[in-house]
Design a protein around this ligand. Structure first.
Ligand code: ADP
Ligand code: ZN
Length: 434
């Protein structure tokens, strides 16, 4: 279902005009209302009047995570604080938290973006949406919550954790749509098995999963274990939270809510804009946000823009499933490695679970990086003979070497020994002092 055909299926030229009109307003407003932006624009020698078409956005300076940290908590407010009705903070995967402050109109836009996302995954008024994203300062819980209200569906605001209760609520409320991080969806499948609960017999038909990187292989696994369609959703606190982009029934790239959030891809080293189809760092400008508008915010997320029209009828451009972030990219002996590549390789190997932990150390004598990959063996493989386990280890070693181009020390661990997460998972421990 398409929630807002007028804006989601808009003629592309008309959308560009709308984006330009909004950008122009935004740039003028922040130049006058936020000293931080005025100083930045002045330092870059750019004035609001220099913006004469949407492509002129490239003249504007970037905003970065450190700008947000330095102005914590309210330095970027573009309205009087009395207009702010809700605040959120990022979960701080990468350090000091950053703040998003919403006016009533901002909350409405967020709910709109989320309602579109839920509808894109097939949800409607008749559905019951069980929301296992964490409630609180994290945007996941409240984002789905606001969007569900707008959609008019029933929300079960259970928040994250308490897996047995989750399973009981799925059954009792006949939840048809389930939302959480992909790693938690897999963990729930594992718990359900232990408890003798058949997930496929539950009324859930779709899951909307995001907030952390996952792979196509993980999608297949979740879809099989749950007997549902698993949709990818993207967002970040700085821009609004979840709902910046979400998949439609085609499950092939996430439609960006472009009338609200203007996407660009840049070369992360030079800052140069890249054409659609080329992989680089995703940058967003919030076109309608009032509380804490962001101009050309560098997300550090890596993807490319898919320009081709989608069969679903939406004309918004899509972003490809994320490849990781510039800062979760590990550089191991000079080779760039993303945890998502490791995960992708693991899901193709029989006898292991996609639960893993990468530990990086630097050998004090050789000064070389040493990377250890702990992989959980499946229960069946674990009961096998030792020589089979050794063959499994050697196989993983060979697969990793060919897919990543470097050698990882593979350590097999017993089933269910790697920590499980109800929210975002942590897959890398970097002990190197660089
Ligand atoms: P942080 O994790 O930086 O504290 P957030 O909680 O706002 O901040 O998380 C936003 C980040 O989560 C994104 O920038 C992106 O790296 C990651 N993320 C969100 N959704 C997805 C997704 N569907 N696929 C991959 N990564 C995602
Ligand atoms: Zn589509």
């Amino acid at each position: 279902m398409i929630w807002n055909p007028e804006l989601e299926c808009m003629d592309r030229a008309a959308r560009k005009r709308l984006q330009f009109a909004r950008l122009k307003n935004l740039v003028e407003h922040v130049y006058n209302a936020v000293p931080f932006y005025r100083q930045k624009f002045d330092a870059a020698g750019v004035k609001p009047s220099d913006i004469t078409c949407i492509a002129d956005i490239a003249k504007l300076p970037f905003t970065t995570k450190s700008d947000l940290r330095e102005t914590y908590p309210y330095g970027l407010l573009a309205v009087p604080q009395s207009e702010i009705v809700e605040v959120h903070m990022s979960s701080g995967t990468t350090g000091t938290p950053v703040v998003d402050a919403y006016t009533d109109s901002d909350l409405n836009d967020w709910a709109e973006a989320m309602a579109r996302s839920l509808a894109g995954a097939g949800a409607c008024k008749n559905d019951t949406i069980q929301n296992a994203y964490g409630y609180g300062l994290f945007t996941g819980g409240m984002g789905v919550h606001h969007g569900t209200r707008k959609l008019g569906a029933t929300i079960v605001p259970i928040s994250s954790g308490n897996t047995e209760k989750q399973l009981a609520m799925l059954r009792d409320f006949k939840s048809s749509v389930f939302t959480c991080t992909p790693s938690y969806a897999l963990y729930m499948a594992e718990r359900a098995k232990e408890l003798g609960i058949d997930l496929k017999a539950l009324p859930v038909r779709a899951g909307i999963f995001g907030a952390e990187p996952w792979s196509e292989g993980m999608r297949i696994k979740i879809e099989e274990e749950w007997g549902i369609k698993a949709y990818d959703i993207y967002g970040l606190t700085e821009i609004t939270g979840p709902g910046v982009a979400c998949e439609c029934e085609a499950q092939n790239g996430m439609h960006v809510n472009e009338d609200l959030f203007y996407p660009e891809i840049i070369n992360p080293e030079t800052g140069e804009p890249l054409p659609d189809g080329e992989k680089g760092e995703l940058v967003f400008t919030t076109l309608t946000k009032q509380g804490t508008p962001l101009i050309r915010y560098r997300t550090r997320d890596i993807t490319f823009i898919m320009d081709e029209e989608c069969g679903c009828g939406r004309t918004t451009r899509r972003i490809h499933r994320l490849f990781g972030r510039t800062d979760d990219m590990m550089i191991i002996r000079g080779v760039n490695v993303f945890p998502s590549q490791v995960e992708n390789a693991l899901v193709g190997i029989k006898g292991v679970e996609p639960n893993y932990l990468i530990t990086l150390n630097r050998n004090p004598n050789t000064h070389l990086d040493e990377a250890e990959l702990q992989v959980e063996v499946s229960a069946e493989a674990f009961s096998d003979e030792t020589k089979n386990l050794e063959a499994l280890r050697a196989n993983i070693d060979a697969v990793m070497k060919s897919k990543l181009g470097i050698h990882l020390k593979i350590k097999l661990v017993e089933p269910k020994t790697i920590e499980r997460f109800t929210g975002k998972s942590k897959r890398v421990i970097d002990n190197r002092k660089l």
